[in-house]
Design a protein around this ligand. Structure first.
Ligand code: FDA
Length: 301
C-alpha cells in the first residue's frame, strides 16, 4: 500500500474520526484548519482579508448519516453566512453535499442546500459545492442543476482526474467553477492514476473554462500550473476579473501572499470545525511532506 493510499484509508475510518474529535485538535491539524468554532474562523478571515485575500469557508463535516447531523450542519453554515454578511467580509461558502444529507435522502439534501443557497443569495454570497468521490459526483451535479434553475449564486468543482472531466467542464461552462486535480482514491475504470495524465487534463480543463466559461478558480499549490496559467491569460487577454487562484489555508503562505501582491485575485480555502480529521488525512495523502507539520507541532508542545 502506498503512503497516499494509507492516508486515504485513514481519512475514511469512522472510528478514528470520532476518536480524533474526542481527543482534541492536535497532531498538527491546527496548522491547516482555522479553528474549531465560528469566532475563530471569522478572525482568520479578517486577517486574510486585511492582506488582500478573499476566503471560501468550509465548515468541516463528514460521515453524516443522521438527519439531525445534517440539520445541525445547515444551521452552522447559515450562521457563517450571517456573520460574513454582518461583518462585511470578503468571503463565500464551500460545502459538501454529503454533509447536508446526500447519503441519507436526495430530496432532504436538496431542501437543505436550497435553504442555504437562498439565504446566501439574499446577501449576494456565492456558494460552492465541493466535489467528493465518484459515487457522489452525478447526484451532486443533479442537485446543483436543480438549484441553479432559481439561483445563480452557485457553482462547483471539476476534478480533472476523471475521464469525463472534459464533458463536465463543458456541461457546466455557464457556472462559476473551481478546477482541481482531484483528491480521492478513484478506480482506474473512472479516473487517471498517473500524475502526467492528471496534470495534462488539469491544464486542459483550466484552459477550456478560462476561454469559454463564466469565472474560473484555479485551485492548486503547483507552481508549474500557476506559471502556465499566468502566461496563458496574458496570451489570450483574459482579464483578471475572470479568474482567481485558490490554495488551502496554511499551505504555501508566501506564495499566496505573493500572488495577491502581484495583483491576481486570490482566495484561500479556510476550513474550520471539530470534524477536521478526514480533511487533515487527505492533505497528508496528497503530500506526505505535510507530516513535517505534524512533527513540528508535536515537538514544539
Ligand atoms: P500536487 O499535490 O500535484 O503538487 C504538485 C507540485 O507542487 C508538487 O510536486 C510540489 O512541487 C508543489 N507543491 C505542492 N504542494 C506544495 C506545498 N505545500 N509546498 C511546496 N510545494 C508544493 N479536491 C477534490 O477532489 N474536491 C474538491 O472539492 C477540492 N477542493 C479544493 C479546493 C482548493 C482551494 C484546493 C487548493 C484543492 C482542492 N482539492 C479538491 C484538492 C485537489 O484536488 C488536489 O488534491 C490538491 O490540491 C493537490 O494537488 P495540487 O494541484 O495542489 O498539486
Amino acid at each position: 500500500m502506498s503512503l497516499k493510499d494509507f492516508f486515504i484509508a485513514l481519512s475514511e475510518n469512522q472510528t478514528l474520526n470520532s476518536a480524533a474529535q474526542k481527543y482534541g485538535f492536535k497532531l498538527g491539524a491546527q496548522s491547516v484548519v482555522a479553528g474549531t468554532n465560528i469566532d475563530e474562523v471569522i478572525e482568520s478571515i479578517k486577517h486574510l482579508n486585511a492582506q488582500g485575500i478573499s476566503c471560501t469557508v468550509d465548515n468541516l463535516g463528514e460521515f453524516v448519516f443522521e438527519k439531525s447531523a445534517a440539520l445541525a450542519a445547515k444551521n452552522q453554515i447559515s450562521a457563517v453566512i450571517e456573520r460574513i454578511h454582518s461583518e462585511n467580509l470578503d468571503a463565500h461558502i464551500s460545502l459538501k453535499p454529503s454533509q447536508l444529507g446526500l447519503d441519507i435522502d436526495f430530496e432532504f439534501c436538496y431542501e437543505n442546500l436550497r435553504e442555504i443557497v437562498a439565504l446566501a443569495n439574499k446577501y449576494q454570497i456565492f456558494v460552492n459545492f465541493d466535489m467528493e468521490n465518484y459515487a457522489r459526483l452525478h447526484p451532486s451535479f443533479e442537485l446543483l442543476e436543480k438549484i441553479h434553475v432559481d439561483y445563480d449564486n452557485v457553482g462547483t468543482v471539476i476534478q480533472a482526474y476523471f475521464f469525463e472531466s472534459g464533458e463536465n467542464v463543458e456541461r457546466f461552462k455557464d457556472y462559476r467553477l473551481r478546477i482541481v486535480k482531484g483528491a480521492y482514491k478513484e478506480d482506474e475504470s473512472v479516473a487517471y492514476q498517473n500524475k502526467a495524465d492528471i496534470d495534462r487534463k488539469f491544464i486542459e480543463q483550466i484552459e477550456y473554462h478560462l476561454l469559454h466559461g463564466k469565472f474560473t478558480s484555479i485551485a492548486t499549490h503547483d507552481h508549474n500550473v500557476i506559471n502556465h496559467v499566468k502566461q496563458f491569460v496574458d496570451k489570450h487577454n483574459i482579464p483578471n476579473d475572470k479568474f482567481e487562484f485558490q490554495m488551502l489555508y496554511g499551505f504555501r503562505k508566501e506564495m499566496q501572499l505573493g500572488l495577491a501582491k502581484e495583483g491576481y485575485n486570490f482566495c484561500t480555502y479556510v476550513p474550520f470545525g471539530n470534524d477536521w480529521y478526514g480533511y487533515f488525512m487527505r492533505r497528508l495523502a496528497e503530500r506526505p511532506q505535510n507530516l513535517t507539520l505534524v512533527t513540528k507541532q508535536v515537538f514544539t508542545k
